[in-house]
Design a protein around this ligand. Sequence first.
Ligand SMILES: Nc1ncnc2c1ncn2[C@@H]1O[C@H](COP(=O)(O)OP(=O)(O)OP(=O)(O)O)[C@@H](O)[C@H]1O
Ligand SMILES: [Mg+2]
Length: 244
Amino acid sequence: MLRGIDLVLEPGTTTAVVGPSGSGKSTLVQLLPRFYDPTHGSVLLGGVDLREVGSQELYRRVSFVFQDVRLLRASVADNIALAVPHADRDAVVRAARRASIHDRILQLPRGYDSVIGEDARLSGGEAQRVSIARALLADTPVLVLDEATAFADPQTERAVREALAQTRQKRTTLVIAHRLETIADADTVVMLCDGEIVERGTTAELLARNGAFAEFWKIHAGAGAGAGAGADACAGVMEGEEAR
Ligand SMILES: Nc1ncnc2c1ncn2[C@@H]1O[C@H](COP(=O)(O)OP(=O)(O)OP(=O)(O)O)[C@@H](O)[C@H]1O
Ligand SMILES: [Mg+2]
């Protein structure tokens, strides 16, 4: 559960969300593609409440890549072209290539026309790459990412990271960051503890503050990006208090 969230994503910037497991990172970023609506307050996109934005319009403006991908029971091509229904096949294939999923799609019984859940049965990692192809093709102004990506092989991971890094340059990105590199590259870092934003700023600012984020960073740098690393970082945070 999130409380007292007051967050502005400046156009064209990258905001990294960090915090221990269970602190509310996924819950927070999933508000943007409307996996949930807030029980209090609202999420505005260009000044408009998301609840007033139609789903096609939302697809055109917000794309996302999460770990737990659910694809539509539709052709692979239609899944990739979700936000751009009139995309031609060349554009779909280009996006699939950049997401390192093209070759796998060609192995399916009907290639790009294979239907998810019928003759296209994809692994979690493959489904995720389809969702990355979708995000690349959609080319939306807003991109939401959960960096906790576990790809089968490092080559694919690198290709996909590069493709996503390119698209991130010109858009507003909200990323659940696990790698120190991603955190350091972000324009703004938002640290969550138990559903609340406890610190925000650049990496340098937050490290200088020597608070929860600095602790989190230290634990991460020592432990590597293991899930749950940094759980102790929030221990010293006072309830409901954002350090400024
Ligand atoms: N659908 C749900 N209904 C009720 N509580 C939920 C739901 N999903 C998550 N939670 C709770 O909300 C809190 C925040 O969960 P969330 O998934 O946002 O954490 P997280 O920061 O993304 O953690 P992780 O790093 O492990 O992915 C947790 O205590 C979790 O148990
Ligand atoms: Mg999560």
